[in-house]
Design a protein around this ligand. Sequence first.
Ligand code: HEM
Length: 503
Amino acid sequence: MGALGLASTLLQLILALLAASLSLTAYRLFFHPLARFPGPKLAAATGVHEFYFSVILGGQLPFRLQRLHSVYGPIVRIGPNELHISHPEAYEEIYRAGSKLSKWPWYYSCFGVGLSAFGSLSNAEHSQRRAATAVFFSRQSIFSYEGILRQPVETLCKKLKSARDRGDPVDLDRAFRNVSLDAISQISFGRSFDFVERDDAAAFFHEGVGDSLKTICTVRFFPPLVPFFNNMPLWLMKLMGEKLAAVMLMKRFAREAAKTAMEQHSLSPEEASKRHMILGHIVANRHDPRYGAVTQRRLEEEALSLIAAGADTTGNASTMAVYQLLRHPDLYERVKDEVQSAQTGPGGEFGLIQLEKLPYLTAVIKEALRMSYGLMGRLPRVVPPSGIEVLNEHIPGSTIVSMSTYLQHNNEQVFPQPSRFNPDRWLGEDGSRLDRYLVSFGKGRHACVGMNVAYAQIYLDLGLLLKEFDFALEPMSDWDMEYEDRFVGLHHAGAKRVHVRLK
Ligand code: HEM
């Protein structure tokens, strides 16, 4: 073929591609089953809209969605095949127990934990895997291992006392994350990371998780890269960045823990649960068909997802509570008085049972959860073939639908002046009515299985510290406490963390 022939073939190819793109765009805009729903044309035609707000601008999609809803109403088309909904009453229509909606593979596969309960795409597998761990997260179980959740807080209290004696400020933001990670590693595989003690190792890990989440949220847009990213050898990851390698080390840790739990399969369920907690419990019950097939890989992914799910999320809530209380001295004094004059148990004990009875502390925790975002963005689900009805609209099968915690928690009809920290809104009968609109933990079949652990940890974080210390906030601004949607809510790069001085 001569040069002219080659040029002509190339031209034909380009024209054919152009024609195909134009036809696809025209189909999506005018003939697609979602064409009747309002929204920006760019979003209806391509995924570029989401890429721009999520990746180029960095975790800004929830704020964009908030603006779109103020223009287009409660249902907005935000992708060629995706609707986003913002309406307080719609949440339970989409996220409810027994729902046939399932997780969207594109959104969740990138985390590389498809064998865990969190990463399960099929509802049947999800139910089995969730059932295998759920017993550990019941309220009753938590009281039986309150000591494990409490131990890292007590270690932190010792460190705070030394810092007070030296007059040093303390990074409470990091400290709360360390507490959560120590507790979760202990309940997941019976061995604590000891991050409260080894703060340097923890710093490396936290930065690694942040970087890794940002990378994952970008890699998601290039699906062929996902398996490569998730199975990258450690040396290559190190070349890409020391911090990313921290996550690989965590994976290695989870692999070792899974291997040990598998090797000790001869232990009785009771003994296994005592020694290796969640992983041991799954292994000991491996012949029970209700819990699905147990492999080392599944245990590893379960351990990883538990660690990732529980650290920043709980840490964000405890940190937000302290920040807001120190910004509002009257509220701080009120909660401190309540905690300090709380009744102890008959033997002088002071723990979850006593703390959960304190109405104002409980209101502070709910308000901190409302404003802090473990997961801030949308939780997308695939509509089953029969379609669903939401807000009296029929949504066709295979559509992706989602709602976002950020929008739900900033709805002015439900939470007037949403940017104001106002624990009082949760008190009394009016306050109880608000509970159903607090969706920090999601709802329905995929709702957070660790919710009781999270509440218990936040009660202990705040209760034990407020009982013992008086704090003063180091200079920082509200900007430092803003979040970006990196699946988990992360603060801006360069934001100051909450540092306090102890009195
Ligand atoms: C304030 C703290 C927390 C918040 C705000 C939070 C929030 C959430 C949300 C919104 C989901 C649903 C995710 C989705 O639909 O994609 C979820 C799932 C999950 N969370 Fe949490 N979480 C917190 C703490 C924890 C803790 C402490 C643990 C474990 C110890 C945990 C373990 C999990 C697991 C395993 C799932 C997957 C559940 C399933 O799919 O069945 N979370 N969490």
